[in-house]
Design a binder for this molecule. Structure first.
Ligand code: SF4
Ligand code: SF4
Length: 168
């Protein structure tokens, strides 16, 4: 497989990507690694600014990626089939964009050639997330955020109050 130069993400549908291509498509924003609450009645998902316990919030990298499912059973393994049935994925998630036939943003490393651009653009959670040991649902309720998403990524977090929750 080739991940550079052939713009594989435009010519190959998600289900046909090989493992290396699939991993390369991830933009490294780590927004999906923020802890979430789900409204028990509506199913609405609320993001918090509390990072998963395995996330390095400085690098936005999982610290035990190969064993993440074992270490964090709640970590959802994204698959081509799950992308469009996971409404909690950020609007700028590269998998979501490609599943919808949309282009990758300018700051995506496959476009810009620089993995730091996801951070420089404001699209990643760097500088926006906190680490918290064993947060309770009440802790998370107090940390609910709203991602303000636009063409260049999420730039602001605003706090709307959820009604009730259960961890997601
Ligand atoms: S286990 Fe790793 S990949 Fe999964 S949510 Fe946590 S930091 Fe992200
Ligand atoms: S939101 Fe999508 S592109 Fe960003 S880190 Fe998560 S899986 Fe990767």
């Amino acid at each position: 497989m080739t991940t550079n130069g052939d713009r594989f993400w435009e010519t190959t549908d998600l289900a046909s990507l090989d493992e290396a291509q699939w991993e390369a498509l991830c933009d490294g924003c780590a927004r999906c690694c923020l802890q979430k609450l789900a409204d028990a009645d509506t199913g609405d998902v609320y993001y918090t600014d509390v990072a998963c316990g395995l996330l390095d919030i400085a690098t936005c990298r999982c610290t035990d990626y190969s064993r993440r499912r074992h270490r964090m059973p709640a970590c959802i393994q994204l698959t081509p089939e799950r992308v469009l049935s996971s409404p909690w994925l950020p609007a700028t998630c590269a998998y979501r964009l490609r599943a919808l036939g949309r282009p990758l943003p300018r700051w995506h490393h496959l476009i810009s050639g620089n993995r730091n651009d996801v951070h420089a653009s404001g699209a990643s959670i760097r500088g926006k997330a906190v680490s918290m040991a064993d947060p309770t649902d009440a802790d998370l309720m107090a940390r609910v955020i709203e991602m303000v998403q636009n063409d260049t990524g999420c730039r602001l977090f605003l706090p709307p109050p959820p009604s009730k929750g259960g961890r997601s």
